[in-house]
Design a protein around this ligand. Structure first.
Ligand SMILES: NC(=O)c1ccc[n+]([C@@H]2O[C@H](COP(=O)([O-])OP(=O)(O)OC[C@H]3O[C@@H](n4cnc5c(N)ncnc54)[C@H](O)[C@@H]3O)[C@@H](O)[C@H]2O)c1
Length: 370
């Protein structure tokens, strides 16, 4: 079995605490001979700044470029608020995204049955929810030029951001969405604003053309991004895969996130282009949450988002969808037994620590494997 090259970047705050639970799981997979890993570990964010005065070193970047997948914890915290802007903790993550050319951000929103009560929506609206938001991550209005604030000299200023997309950028993100849909419930909803934005007109046209040419077997629907947001909270189960641009994806994925309860539950994957020669792609997996300085070092963090991010690596980088499914079942099993970290617990419930939740999920995994 060729070992998978995995770079672990735990980062700051609760990052190392939740990463420890992934290491526990990796250790078991390795010891049982289920999967072999070649693990490297590095510093990123504030911890890298403390050691090397940069948010990620060139040497760690080189390891990320050489890895089959990068597993990232979280960065940042008040300790590093005063550091210079270009070496702030978040700059390490942005450099990784940029140099690995991670243009596709995948955010699943899954509501485990045991947590349906924890959502702000009615349980029957969210119970069993399983949707995937695919957000374009490297183009659009966050990066388009010109991007300026100009003093007009009459007491007024003018701010300009530019929403810009080329055909190839829309084609490649559309392909990611269609490929995912084929392995799920075979439906893609493209959300754009083709009624008022030229980029929306092109987006709809290009997604439609890719569909017709390459994926006619997948159902494609279009929705205006604003009414799509409304539909997401009205009846989210109508969706399977949603594909959208950087700006709308930023907002729609946060809306979808809250359908599922806690920030401590949400994994994500960021993927690059598939290399035509090797069939592999660069990938970074990380929980959606940050470094949670308010609970860091107290064993209170929920490790599920980090573990589920590793699950996405099993599925999308290591082609082990079977193990990813088993991990999802193990998480659901631990939750069904009533285990709750503080972020999930209703008032009066017994609360478990980060390590206790990690151990319980591993036990479920072992029972499912026996
Ligand atoms: N990708 C990243 O590394 C990333 C993302 C967001 C924020 N940040 C950084 O993290 C720091 C804190 O930011 P914030 O407070 O806005 O967001 P945050 O996600 O760190 O925390 C928001 C709230 O959710 C709670 N929370 C988050 N993850 C949790 C978990 N796994 N289990 C239990 N509770 C959890 C926290 O305790 C906090 O109350 C800042 O420095 C910010 O820049 C980093």
């Amino acid at each position: 079995m060729t070992p998978h090259k995995l770079l672990l970047l735990p980062g700051d705050g609760i990052g190392p605490e939740v990463m420890a639970e992934v290491k526990r799981l990796i250790g078991w997979l390795d010891a049982e001979g289920i999967l072999r890993f070649e693990i490297e570990e590095g510093l990123v964010g504030g911890s890298s700044y403390d050691a090397d005065k940069v948010s990620i070193t060139d040497a760690t970047m080189a390891k990320a470029l050489a890895a089959d997948a990068v597993l990232f914890g979280a960065v940042g915290g008040p300790k590093w608020d005063p550091v210079p802007y270009d070496v702030r903790p978040e700059a390490g993550l942005l450099r990784l995204r940029k140099e690995l050319q991670l243009f596709a951000n995948l955010r699943p929103a899954i509501c485990y049955p045991a947590l349906a009560e924890a959502s702000s929506l009615k349980p029957d609206v969210v119970e069993g929810l399983d949707i995937m938001i695919v957000r374009e991550l490297t183009g659009g209005v966050y990066f388009g030029e010109p991007k300026t604030i100009t003093d007009l000299g009459n007491g007024q200023k003018r701010a300009i951001d530019t929403q810009v997309y080329d055909t190839y950028e829309i084609e490649r993100i559309a392909r990611v969405a269609f490929e995912l849909a084929r392995k799920r419930r075979n439906k893609v909803t493209s959300m754009e604003k083709n009624n008022v934005m030229k980029s929306g007109v092109l987006w709809k046209e290009v997604v439609g053309a890719v569909h017709k040419r390459e994926y006619p077997d997948v159902t494609l629907e279009h929705q205006l991004a604003d009414s799509g947001g409304m539909q997401l909270v009205r009846w989210p189960k109508q969706f399977d895969v949603i594909v959208t641009d950087n700006l709308f994806g930023d907002m729609l994925s946060d809306i979808a996130a809250m359908l599922t309860g806690s920030l401590g539950m949400l994994p994500s994957a960021s993927l690059g282009e598939t290399d035509a020669r090797t069939g592999t792609r660069k990938a970074l997996y990380e929980p959606v949450h940050g470094s949670a300085p308010d609970i860091a070092g107290q064993g209170k963090a929920n490790p599920i988002a980090m573990l589920a991010s590793f699950g996405m690596a099993l599925r999308y980088s290591f082609d082990r969808g079977d193990l990813a499914d088993r991990l999802d079942q193990a998480i659901a099993g631990a939750l069904a037994k009533g285990l709750r970290t503080a972020d999930l617990a209703a008032a009066g419930a017994t609360v478990v620590s980060t390590a206790e939740m990690g151990e319980a999920i591993l036990k479920e995994m072992q029972a499912l494997t026996a």
